[in-house]
Design a protein around this ligand. Structure first.
Ligand code: F6R
Length: 625
């Protein structure tokens, strides 16, 4: 989420090939997939009276175009510049919140990708010390903190000030700073959020990813966590947080530009599946405090209001509906509230019983799906409280709702939801625990235990994603199978539905998901020798019953593929092939168990030679009923 770029060429003669401005604008265009809520850039050096020059625009996908039309008063031969394309997390996507942010002197500019967790505490301090902050962002505190440290120890320069400022900061960052007093330099730093650098004879570059600066140099370096870099024309020096010099790690790159936009993956779906650990981690970030309590600053519904809720409705479509179905189990179990889950297009036309004590949770990656939008609007008019889970800041649904809980998966380009789906389940699980905390239905010790278990989810998702080759090998066995049945029980049921949806939408194969216990009431008639049954058989309280249902289809000749927990040989005995996943607390299991099913669908679609990013007849955002 968010893209940053920087270039320093120095104040020597312009080589006439590409100006600082061209490099920034082209780089931002290549970074736009990381977010396009707003864009901005800042330049220093000759001349524009040799101050810091900055332009920002917040006009969605047109932000970058708007910027380029507003450069008439820019410096003619700038030495260095930085740019940013934003995917809003803290603060609306408007010009004040767009990066670069400036300090009080107006001579320092800073861009940032990440989240500063203790920004409220820092901004209170800075304001008390007389700083004037203009935005609602978590980022702006960084510019003022650096300003304060530079004023206190000018001899240590911008690098020293960045180092001192970072000692106060908690959270994730990739940042770049330019200062009109040292116009040949860019100072950069990184923790968690990605930052790569490049250098050639007369310039040095940095960016959130390789595509942004591909073609400008062949010598790339990775900036590691907790390192500070000083970029000058033709040179990069790196130090640790104590100021000790360190060698930056070289990076070999042999991509062409098209491959690079996909970070070397064959398609966006595969890239986005591999981004899932980060999507889950970012969605958890700064919402779980070290003492095991949850904070949801953006949810403007009081605990008292949450306590007055008597019933929850979840409304959503497609994969978002499946995420909502998973949440039903968690909310009922932890928060002891009855939950109804509805396909959004059905909800509004069936006269639902909704009143002031009803909480409506609208789940939508895009926040624009018309069915879900109209469903929450209808519920709001009936007096219900509306909370939206969305991946897009300030989407129509986010604006309509009383409260929003944003997933932080970054922009998803592949039409089939993957990383946004995992982020939705994560956000809904957080919400379930938050409701339980507010309503006092879970002891603090139990809540702490669950939140600790949540912390290990990104690593477990990473393990599941890393097994794509194993899943592909299983998929190869079923390449010629025309139809698939997906079975699950309890939280495995929505996982089965999602596995079937992924398979049908990208591979066009017949795939149906059923609750395994329902099989005997009809669907088992579909089973004949050779029918492929994919079962979600990780350990839940109903595992034995699930295995009994698998035995029923196996005895009728079905080929069995089971999702099973690592090392669970007892489950493996019932399967022809196993898709292994790490175990976790059973109500969190969908976040991990769905991963091999995404990979299974992906492999089958690729084996059939299909375009996984643009499946036929589908659109990423459905804005018609
Ligand atoms: C499936 C998929 C769709 C969406 C559905 C809702 O892979 O992407 O089923 O989940 O169209 O979209 P949002 O979440 O934007 O409301």
């Amino acid at each position: 989420m968010c893209g940053i770029i920087g270039i320093t060429k120095g104040s020597g003669p312009d080589d006439g090939v590409q100006s600082v401005l061209d490099v920034l604008v082209e780089g931002l265009a290549r970074l736009e997939y990381r977010g396009y809520d707003s864009a901005g850039l800042a330049m220093v050096g000759p001349t524009a009276a040799d101050g810091m020059w900055r332009v920002r625009a917040a006009n969605g996908t047109r932000s970058l175009d708007d910027l380029t039309k507003r450069t008439d008063d820019a410096p003619t031969h700038p030495s260095a510049g930085i740019g940013h394309t934003r995917w809003a997390t803290h603060g609306r996507p408007n010009e004040d919140n767009a990066h670069p942010h400036a300090d009080c002197t107006g001579r320092l500019a800073l861009v940032h990708n990440g989240i500063i967790e203790n920004h409220i505490e820092l901004s209170d301090e800075l304001i008390a010390d007389g700083h004037h902050l203009e935005s609602e962002t978590d980022t702006e505190v960084l510019a003022h903190l650096i300003e304060a440290h530079l004023a206190a120890a000018p001899a240590e320069g911008v690098v020293g000030a960045v180092r001192s400022a970072l000692s106060r900061v908690r959270g994730a960052f990739a940042l770049a700073v330019v200062h009109a007093d040292d116009p040949d330099a860019i100072v950069a730093a990184r923790r968690v959020s990605p930052l790569i650098m490049g250098v050639n004879e007369g310039a040095a570059f940095l960016a959130s990813d390789i595509p942004a600066i591909l073609g400008l140099t062949h010598d790339f370096f990775i900036l590691d966590d907790d390192r500070i870099a000083e970029l000058r024309p033709g040179a990069i020096s790196v130090t640790d947080l104590e100021g000790n010099p360190v060698e930056p790690e070289p990076l070999h790159v042999d991509w062409d530009l098209d491959a690079a936009r996909k970070d070397g993956y064959d398609d966006f779906m595969s890239k986005e599946v591999h981004e899932q650990p980060k999507a889950v981690a970012d969605t958890l970030l700064d919402r779980v405090l070290p003492d095991g309590t949850l904070v949801l600053d953006e949810v403007h519904i009081t605990n008292e209001e949450f306590r007055s809720i008597t019933k929850v409705f979840v409304v959503a479509c497609g994969s978002s509906y499946h995420a909502g179905l998973m949440a039903k189990y968690a909310i009922e179990h932890w928060a002891r509230l009855p939950v109804e889950i509805d396909i959004a297009s059905e909800f509004r036309y069936r006269n639902p019983v909704v009143d002031e004590q009803t909480l409506i949770i609208g789940v939508s990656q895009s926040g624009e799906t018309v069915d879900t939008f109209q469903a929450i609007r209808e519920a709001k008019s009936l007096g219900a409280k509306v909370l939206v889970i969305s991946n897009v800041v300030d989407s129509s649904m986010a604006r309509e709702a009383d409260a929003v809980l944003y997933t932080r998966a970054g922009p998803e380009i592949g039409v089939a939801s993957t990383k946004t789906h995992l982020a939705q389940i994560t956000a809904l699980e957080i919400l379930a625990l938050y409701l339980a905390q507010a309503r006092g239905t879970l002891s603090p010790a139990d809540a702490r235990g669950l939140l600790t278990a949540m912390g290990s989810l990104p690593d477990k998702v990473e393990t599941a994603v890393s097994r794509s080759v194993d899943v592909h090998a299983v998929a190869e066995h079923y390449k010629d199978s025309p139809s698939f049945i997906f079975l699950g029980r309890h939280v495995g049921y929505p996982v089965a539905l999602e596995g079937a949806l992924k398979l049908k939408e990208i591979s066009y194969l017949r795939a149906e998901g059923f609750p395994a216990g329902e099989l005997k009431h009809g669907p088992i008639a579909l089973v004949e020798p050779g029918t492929v049954v994919v079962g979600v058989a990780t350990r839940t309280p109903v595992w034995e019953k699930m295995i009994a249902n698998i035995a029923e289809v196996k005895s009728r000749g079905a080929s069995i593929v089971l999702v099973a927990n690592d090392g669970d040989e007892e489950t493996a005995r019932h399967a022809d092939h196993v898709l292994w996943v790490p175990a976790t607390e059973h109500l969190f299991a969908p976040i991990i168990d769905v991963v091999p099913l995404q990979l299974f669908a992906y492999s089958l679609a690729r084996l059939h030679g299909l375009d996984v990013d643009r499946p036929r007849n589908l659109a990423k955002t459905v804005t018609v009923e």
